[in-house]
Design a protein around this ligand. Sequence first.
Ligand code: 8YV
Length: 321
Amino acid sequence: MSAPRIIVTRKLPDAVEARLKRHFTVALNPHDKLFTREKMIAAMQNADGMLVAVGDPLDAEIMQAAGKRRVQILANFGVGTNHIDLEAAEEHGIHITNTPDVLTDATADIALTLMLNVTRRTWMHETRLRRGEWGGFSLIDGLGTSLQGKTLGIIGMGRIGTAVALRAYYGFGMKVVYFNRSKIEVQRIPGAQRMDTIEDLIETSDIISLHCPGGEANRGLFSANRIALMKPTAYLINTARGDIVDEPALVSALLAGKIAGAGLDVFAKEPRVPNALRELENVCLLPHIGSATVETRIAMGMAATANLVAHFAGKPLPNKV
Ligand code: 8YV
């Protein structure tokens, strides 16, 4: 029997491509160009399994258009599946898997990077220095804000939210409050307090970090009304998904100086970033690099491959969504 045919939509780390080739007949994407909708439909019709990633259009229309000869499994390279219509996948009998755990630390590190960057204004200082605008040491200019003793509000206390809270509490002496839809006990962080509502969390927090899933359920969750509840000294950090935030309302609040700043690794319509944000010195903008370390990306690729291998071996899927 010939090996199952796997179509890969993005260029992968070499080690992952090599592992895939050991198990499957693989069509790689050496140029790393995003599939068009037509190419995606053709791939869905021709592959037994696919390795997909954020930005791939995997909506109901595509699944429908793929007709009867449809792929059996989409193994997502990443934990977030908001680019995949899960209901349509289920309806068409397509299995979906993701890669949790292996990217928790890398993503939490980027949340902390953003927090430190915006509170200590490092991007602003570095940019000014590079431009030759450093006039000499000052005791009073360009001061930032200390994290110690401040309150961090985590929305979505899952794996990544908890990893961020642990870093903030043990590494930086912050207090932690959190909001999570399902009731969970956070035992590893002394004093961590669950807030009954997102509004309570926003009003209490000096820094708010988003860690809930994107997609329909949470679209616009961090709405204009909620942004308006933030302290004028507060910062918003988003390493989750851009669509969780009302981006125009956030831009307005930043432009009007209603909040202290924002650290963003994700945007509503990537790779588009609102022009107004680029002009601001109190924001740090990163191009969706939460999981972008060599180690993490290899681990994610291996996890996605393991899901494909399990499926075609008739074994339980390690990371079924
Ligand atoms: C990934 C992410 O790099 O896993 C996720 O959901 O947001 C990123 O860390 C990206 O999804 C790659 O597909």
